[in-house]
Design a protein around this ligand. Structure first.
Ligand code: APR
Length: 235
């Protein structure tokens, strides 16, 4: 097989077996809480304490979960693949990096960082955030928010992602429902270039399943390591 550049787009499904809920499955986050309340700038302005509580709980959960076989398999692929590989994740958890992935973009931000609305500083944040939290740079209180991208905001590093998509030969989407743009549109962007291989790895066919040329369905902890083995054995 040709050695080329790989992009893996991951979503909440890859972390589900680590114990983190997805969003749109029947037991997902959006079945318990309205996304308008906790994942929009308007919801934050209306009730910052509620939004902080939602992300504080999720940040605390990170200490109780570990990467699973799917995260580790992708790190192994990055280490062994002779071409370039980039993981673009919609997840705000830190399981890819804890598994060893190095080339990684968190397009929807990171739970373990806080951003100051006043001075723009972005800093690691492992404890709880609240309206009294002080920015480590400008020292002002009341302006720190979770460094996550909410609905209506622009995802991070889109320029770098778009450039990588235009140079990729294999695009693999793992554990994402294909509901949220711009990530849901990446497969169409790469498909427009002849010869680019597109693969969906998911528990069930996603909204965008018909856009992928290939698919393997099952739990990420099984289908991702199997796919990685297959790729590496084909070298
Ligand atoms: N293995 C593989 N796939 C799984 C597993 C599993 N164990 N469990 C669930 N899935 C699949 C589901 O079938 C679904 O297609 O993962 C997908 C999860 O979809 P969503 O809950 O919509 O998560 P995601 O696609 O990451 O959501 C995108 O929406 O609300 C926002 O900002 C949030 O980044 C998130 C974005």
């Amino acid at each position: 097989m040709t050695i080329g550049n790989i992009i893996v787009l991951s979503g909440a499904g890859i972390s589900q077996e680590s114990g983190l809920a997805t969003f749109r499955d029947s037991d997902g986050e959006w079945s318990r809480v309205r996304l308008e309340d906790v994942a929009t700038p308007e919801g934050y302005r209306r009730d910052p304490a509620r939004v902080h509580a939602f992300y504080n709980a999720r940040r605390q959960q990170l200490g109780q979960v570990k990467p699973n076989a799917a995260h580790f398999a992708l790190a192994r692929l990055e280490e062994s693949w002779p071409g370039q590989m980039l993981v673009v994740t919609q997840n705000i958890d830190d399981l890819h990096e804890r598994a060893g992935t190095k080339a990684l973009i968190h397009m929807h931000g990171e739970l373990n960082k806080a951003r100051c609305d006043l001075c723009g500083s972005i800093a690691p944040w492992s404890g709880d955030l609240n309206q009294q939290s002080h920015c480590g740079d400008c020292r002002q209180a009341g302006h720190l928010r979770p460094h996550v991208v909410w609905f209506g905001e622009i995802p991070l590093e889109m320029g770098r992602i778009s450039k990588a998509l235009n140079q990729c030969h294999l695009f693999v989407a793992v554990g994402t429902s294909g509901n949220v743009y711009p990530a849901a549109g990446f497969v169409s962007q790469v498909r427009s270039r002849p010869g680019t291989r597109t693969v969906e790895l998911n528990l069930l066919p996603s909204e965008g399943a018909s856009l992928f040329a290939e698919a393997n369905y099952g739990p990420a902890s099984e289908v991702v390591p199997a796919f990685v083995d297959h790729l590496l054995n084909s070298l």
